[in-house]
Design a protein around this ligand. Sequence first.
Ligand SMILES: C[S@@+](CC[C@H](N)C(=O)[O-])C[C@H]1O[C@@H](n2cnc3c(N)ncnc32)[C@H](O)[C@@H]1O
Length: 216
Amino acid sequence: MFFTSLKNLVKRNSLLWGEDVAEAYHGAAARDMQAHWNQFIEPARRRHPIDYTSVVDFACGYGRNTDFLLPFSEHVTMIDVNEHNLQYCQEKYAGNPKVDVKQCNGYDLGKIPGEHCSFFYTFDSMVHFPPKILKAYLPEFFRVLKSGGYALVHHSNYTAGGPNGDFKANPHWRNYMSVDMFANISRAAGFIVAEQTMHAWGEVADLDCVTILQKP
Ligand SMILES: C[S@@+](CC[C@H](N)C(=O)[O-])C[C@H]1O[C@@H](n2cnc3c(N)ncnc32)[C@H](O)[C@@H]1O
């Protein structure tokens, strides 16, 4: 029953960022990446002693984040639910020994072994995820991260639409989540919440948050 409900959520909400938005989303987003990196990522990652030996770029899309992670990472595992995006990344990074591309089912990381990575990273994806999917993934992030490793998670801080609203009616398609809810879900999964920084997205102040987690 629980997994059926997650599978239905994945069917309804998770397959919206593939080939149909190759230019409208992926092309445009790639051009914004330097600005996003400067605002959301670089200051946060600099504040923590992150080990970049084995990095996961979760919900990777077309790999614009991987492009920025690769110069200082020894290895990046790209994970996504969308087959088109995975195929795109397989072709884009073909022959690059520092990159692996793996598919997930939309609510767990079954194919990724425990303690697989030293840094778990996800940007501009979980802001859209239904809370139930996000909640299902957090124990998985904990499982695949090495002890002492950090996770950087970009998520929504938007609650005005309520938990049962249509996220596509919310500003920038942000799903229902808050800084405090995310911290509680992360702690329940076993993480230490090292830092939470709220950010504007576009014209909306404090719409988003970058949370840095550590596995004890
Ligand atoms: C808005 S795009 C962002 C892609 C990439 N992170 C970026 O910044 O360009 C959202 C991505 O999340 C993926 N996605 C959506 N729901 C997912 C889920 N439940 N599990 C894994 N990936 C998911 C989509 O396939 C898509 O690649």
